[in-house]
Design a binder for this molecule. Structure first.
Ligand code: ATP
Ligand code: MG
Length: 436
């Protein structure tokens, strides 16, 4: 993408309304703009990141055997009356009355709707297990929308729903999602800690929250300080062996949190430290909480109707954009993990007034694209200082600077955004090096 053709309204100054780094940086890097309290437009750069996160979440759901559907944002109030949650959900639910006086709502979550779909279509235990998910906008009329997309009113969530015949099978489905979440967060370059959680209004028996440790987190958490020194998974996301190592490591804390829970949260267990966490995912197993009132049953092997055992599994896809930035930035801007970076490479023409330099940059741009490398090409007439500052702000993993001096030497300057390391690379080798 040529910057001169793009829509990237960056800001030099810190916007006064932003209290935390990710909100500040998302506004400054031209990723989002607020439409109303807690409701955002995703500008092109932000949208690319959102889509990449969404795709990683999708791939790991698919890998775990979940099947994608797409439910609507607007739901009928009837189903929520059946489950008893129409009243219980309270003011967070945005209620809508249509021209015929029918009550509906903008979905804050989808247990009722998916249970209705399931009960109409599935009638035999032979069709189990099933896990259906979608990635759809939700609305919750949060009392205090804040921190940009981290606590919005409209936000993108992946929510999956599992259906099993027995509680034992249900827990197996839960565990499969637990592992899928570990893989997902590792691929996003995050150290997300699974914590045993209370089930709250969704109800049920077994629940974990996945938290990123950050000073700006809204939840207070206690965790083993060993987790802080654990290697971040950034280098391993694409290798199956690397991911397996992460899953193995976290399966141990899973066991430990279960023990802690049993020992009544082990208040005062020596090695625990307290910190702040950002909740990026939440999984529940809740048995027949919805299937019973909504009569979602299948015929069991004995021929008798049996209420299905359900779980639900959420990931805050739009919250993750802010969460990743909280976990990965410096004083100059964002530092994207390669897996979710809007572009892998930023190419800067430092000699935009010279025809030769511009021609060399244009050629390099075409070669990078031909090699399938995602590149944002700063072909504007801005000065070098502004170009470097802008590239640091938007946080692409690699920066290539090509100016008149480099042109003479047949070399470009390559900078790694995360480490700040700069190297001279022969122009002839740069595409090969970045494609590797
Ligand atoms: P929180 O305690 O932060 O309000 P929750 O327990 O209400 O979260 P869930 O109902 O479990 O959230 O929703 C699943 C996921 O959706 C959460 O883990 C979080 O990542 C995301 N999420 C929830 N509320 C919001 C919001 N207002 N803005 C952005 N993401 C949200
Ligand atoms: Mg909430």
């Amino acid at each position: 993408m040529r910057l001169s053709h793009y829509f990237l309204p960056t800001l030099k100054e810190n916007p006064a309304e932003a209290q935390i780094a990710s909100h500040r940086l998302m506004l400054r890097a031209g990723m989002v703009r607020q439409g109303a309290a807690g409701i955002y437009t995703w500008l092109p750069l932000g949208l690319r990141v959102l889509k990449k996160i969404e795709q990683i979440v999708r791939e790991e759901q698919d890998r775990a055997g979940a099947i994608e559907v797409l439910m609507p944002t607007i739901q009928s109030a009837d189903l929520w009356q059946e489950s008893g949650r129409y009243e219980d959900y309270g003011k967070e639910m945005l209620r809508i009355t249509d021209r015929h006086g029918r009550e509906s709502l903008y979905g804050p979550t989808n247990e009722e709707l998916i249970t209705d779909i399931f009960r109409r279509e599935v009638h035999s235990y032979k069709d189990l297990p099933k896990n259906l998910y979608h990635i759809q906008w939700k609305f919750r009329d949060e009392i205090r929308p804040r921190f940009g997309v981290m606590r919005g009113r409209e936000f993108l969530m992946k929510d999956a729903y599992s259906f099993d015949l027995t509680a034992e099978d249900g827990v197996n489905s839960y565990n499969a999602m637990f592992v899928a979440y570990l893989r997902t967060f590792a691929r996003l370059g995050l150290k997300a800690i699974p914590m045993r959680a209370d089930t709250g209004p969704i109800g049920g028996d077994l629940s974990h929250e996945f938290l990123i440790i950050a000073d700006t987190g809204e939840s207070e958490v206690f965790f083993d300080k060993e987790f802080l020194t654990m290697e971040a998974p950034v280098d391993t996301p694409d290798s199956d062996a690397g991911l397996q190592k992460i899953v193995d490591t976290w399966t141990k804390p899973y066991a430990a949190t279960e023990e802690m829970h049993d020992a009544d949260k082990a208040a005062g267990a020596g090695e625990l430290v307290s910190g702040r966490g950002i909740e990026v995912g939440h999984i529940f197993f809740f048995g027949d909480k919805y299937s019973k009132p909504m009569k979602a049953s299948v015929q069991g092997p004995d021929g008798k109707p049996t209420n299905v055992q359900m779980g639900s599994y959420g990931i805050g896809v739009s919250r993750l954009v802010g969460g990743i930035i909280e976990a990965s930035h410096d004083e100059n801007g964002i530092i994207w993990p390669e897996s979710v970076a809007p572009y892998k490479v930023g190419l800067m023409n430092l000699g935009a007034k010279s025809e030769d330099c511009t021609a060399a940059c244009d050629t390099l741009y075409a070669e990078l694209q031909a090699a399938g490398i995602e590149v944002l090409y700063d072909d504007t007439k801005d000065g070098a200082g502004a170009k470097f500052a802008n590239m640091d702000l938007i946080g692409l993993p690699w920066q290539i600077a090509l100016g008149p001096r480099g042109l003479k030497n047949g070399a470009v300057e390559l900078k790694n955004r995360a480490t700040g390391e700069k190297t001279e690379v022969a122009t002839a080798d740069i595409v090969k090096q970045l494609a590797a």
